[in-house]
Design a protein around this ligand. Structure first.
Ligand code: C5P
Length: 286
């Protein structure tokens, strides 16, 4: 059997850091939005567990989230971890777009199908949360509210389709470094309803812009080009601009200036939950 699936990216429309927790993570209140920039994964039956990645800058060893997802799922299900996995990277690593987490989520879906496990989504979300805070979101997609480390997901109604300009600078941003720079106080245990109201805010932005000063010019370039919202995604380094539709986003992308040399620009649509589920669900292929 040979299965193919697409791993989509996300941006954070809102990201509040409520404080540092005793376990070293930060308590978050965030709104995730799926976007149509994708990696492609192929899963084939095999005697061993192997991973081939087309991008030489992405480590393909046991630390790769795809292989960690495969091993963890096999352990949880009590089966042998056997599959030949092929990964085509288009979502940059260290970009704040959740690429590695999305690859892990699609691996859980793909191998659950390849191994005939029929695991419910809730079980996969629990396994996924052990791999990374963003992984459960990628099992749901669309628009969703994330709390806890970001791993507790409550789906929200799909937002109207928008055009998104992604500006991906040529340098990655390491998430732990950005959180450290933020220097958030200890969490007092209070929650917030703010995520549901979608404040146009990313609490990691000032810390990321202090570490990587050119990010601020990117955000300003998108705002000057008429973006309804221009924000850092997650801990960066991608900055996104939201536009009424794809044509407006493409037009704005042509007019951007002052970007760091070597930045990649992509114009992509937002994806609804249904689009995410149909594209990231594994399909048989010959
Ligand atoms: O969960 P994930 O592996 O993606 O987290 C990577 C790192 O980002 C953590 O080790 C931690 O330093 C930081 N992080 C955090 N609070 C979160 C999520 C991530 O401090 N809610």
């Amino acid at each position: 059997m040979r299965l193919v699936a697409e791993a989509f990216a996300k941006v954070n429309r809102s990201l509040l850091v409520l404080g540092r927790r005793p376990d070293g993570f930060h308590e978050l209140d965030t709104v995730f939005q799926a976007v149509g920039l994708t990696d492609r994964l192929v899963f084939e039956e095999s005697d061993a567990l192997t991973l081939r990645v087309d991008d030489p800058s992405v480590p393909a060893g046991p630390e790769n989230l795809v292989l960690r997802a495969a091993r963890l799922l096999a352990d949880e299900a009590g089966v042998k971890a056997r599959a030949a996995i092929d990964l085509e990277k288009r979502i940059p690593s260290g970009g704040g777009l959740g690429g590695g987490s999305s690859d892990a989520a699609v691996t859980l879906l793909g191998l659950s199908a390849l191994w005939g496990l029929d695991a419910p989504l809730e079980t996969l979300a629990e396994v996924g949360a052990g791999l990374g805070s963003d992984v459960p979101f990628f099992l749901f997609g669309g628009t969703a509210h994330g709390t806890g480390r970001g791993e507790r997901i409550a789906p929200l109604p799909d937002m109207p389709a928008k055009g998104v300009v992604l500006v991906m600078p040529p340098f990655p941003a390491a998430t732990p470094e950005v959180f450290r720079r933020l220097g958030a106080p200890a969490w007092d245990g209070r929650r917030s309803d703010a995520g549901r109201d979608l404040p146009d805010r990313n609490d990691l932005e000032p810390a990321a812009e202090a570490l990587f000063p050119p990010l601020r010019a990117v955000r300003e370039a998108l705002a000057n080009a008429g973006a309804e919202q221009a924000r850092l995604s997650g801990s960066g380094s991608t900055v996104f601009g939201l536009f009424p539709d794809l044509a407006a986003a493409a037009e704005a992308a042509r007019r951007l200036d002052g970007l760091p040399v070597g930045s990649a620009i992509r114009v992509v649509p937002t994806w609804t939950r249904e689009e995410c589920r149909s594209r990231s669900g594994p399909r048989r292929s010959e």
